[in-house]
Ligand binder design. Structure first.
Ligand code: MG
Length: 402
């Protein structure tokens, strides 16, 4: 089999998505997600201008060699744009191989290691009371695990609090919106939220929280310690991810489990936090970690250090990415949990898929390949519009991490 063509498809059914479609001489095509939130056209251009010309004529079954060709073959390598483009190619090749062999991708990754993939939903509210109510709605829908984010008294807007509740989408069209931040107000508020949640819902439901890379190591240590009575499933992205050594301080002070890595691109980004057992869950997802070929290696490395997986699953990852994550999740031994944010109805219609939710678990379905298709005609009715994630400033105007 030979690759005959590939094209980059861009659509915006509620938010922007970049999709790579690879064609073969046997009539089989594969799909890869190439979406990088707020930088979509950079990946599209990297694919069209630099990678696709080198893909034509290659055997799609040799995805390890193709991965190495684009990774090692590029002197200027790594980084989110490069690795998202490589991830899209890799996912499309796994999709082609599954379709050609008439089997779901999880069978190529080792088969099923479990009956379903436990997911967590995103509950959020403008204040503590509303957030408690929203967590209750997810529990009523059958979720076993819920992430809780709440508005903070004295701060007009913050990360994780939606306008549309079930469809949280922080990216906005136009120029980047500005948020305001106070670490002190946040640190005082979050333990009260989890105290209220445990009082209301008891000990059985798994509760998660995301600090979105906004704390210093000692602040994260304080938060982790103050949350210990409420036994979180994890505290996510406690500290900016560039300084892996910073997690040593957090780890020395708290037993709250830590999750990190949605912004990581390669195994090297996670080397210290995994090998020193500074985290409990690695959040890298197939697309932004250069595809399933590379993520399998990250999972095997993590397995040696008792680190479980917890793939990023925000709405800025298309259903192609979600499907790839589910094939991965159901097959690796050291799976922990999968993030699951609902896409809009229009997105699901552009990307018909075989995965489905049942009683707190997602199932990848048994369609060959990744089990996702792309309705090009419908997609073309949703043209791309430039959009950005917000930026963030402290109360005194200082630029800060969003
Ligand atoms: Mg996060």
């Amino acid at each position: 089999m030979k690759i005959t063509d590939a094209k980059v498809l861009i659509t915006s059914p509620g938010r922007n998505f970049v999709t790579l479609k690879i064609y073969t001489d046997e009539g089989i095509y594969g799909l890869g997600d190439a979406t990088l939130n707020g930088r979509e056209l950079a990946v599209a251009s990297y694919l069209s201008e630099h990678l696709i010309p080198c893909l034509i004529g290659r055997d799609p079954f040799q995805h390890e060699d193709t991965w190495q060709y684009f990774y090692r073959g590029a002197y200027w390598r790594r980084g989110p744009v490069t690795m998202a483009a490589l991830g899209a190619i890799d996912l499309a090749l796994w999709d082609i191989k599954g379709k050609a062999l008439n089997t779901p991708v999880y069978n190529l990754l080792g088969g099923k290691s479990r009956t379903g993939v436990m997911v967590y939903g995103h509950a959020n509210g403008k204040d503590l009371e509303e957030t408690v109510d929203e967590v209750g709605k997810y529990i009523a829908l059958g979720y076993r695990a819920v992430r809780a984010q709440s508005g903070i008294p004295g701060i007009p807007s913050t990360y994780g609090v939606a306008k549309g509740k079930f469809h949280y989408e922080p990216a906005e069209k136009g120029l980047p919106p500005e948020n305001i931040w106070s670490t002190e107000k946040y640190l005082l508020h979050v333990p009260k939220l989890f105290e209220a949640l445990r009082l209301k819902f008891g000990d059985d439901v798994h509760l998660l929280h995301d600090s979105h890379h906004r704390l210093s190591p000692i602040e994260a240590a304080r938060l982790g310690k103050s949350l210990e009575p409420y036994h979180l499933f994890w505290l996510e992205d406690a500290v900016t991810a560039e300084l892996q050594e910073g997690f040593r301080i957090v780890r020395q002070h708290t037993t709250t489990p830590l999750a990190l890595g949605e912004v990581f691109n390669t195994i090297w980004d996670a080397q210290t936090v995994i090998s020193e057992q500074l985290i409990d869950y690695i959040r890298m997802a197939p697309l932004h970690a250069g595809g399933l070929t590379h993520l399998k290696k990250v999972a095997s490395f993590a397995e040696m250090y008792h680190v479980l997986t917890g793939c990023h699953g925000a709405t800025d990852l298309s259903p192609v990415s979600m499907a790839a994550a589910l094939h991965f999740d159901i097959s690796v031994n050291n799976f922990g949990i999968q993030e699951y944010m609902l896409h809009t109805k229009q997105t699901d219609e552009v990307f018909p898929h075989s995965y489905h939710f049942e009683a707190g678990f997602l199932h990848p379905g048994d369609a060959p390949g990744l089990g996702v298709d792309y309705d090009e005609k419908l997609a073309s009715t949703f043209p791309y519009e430039r959009a950005y994630l917000p930026v963030n400033r402290k109360l005194d105007g200082t630029m800060f991490d969003w």
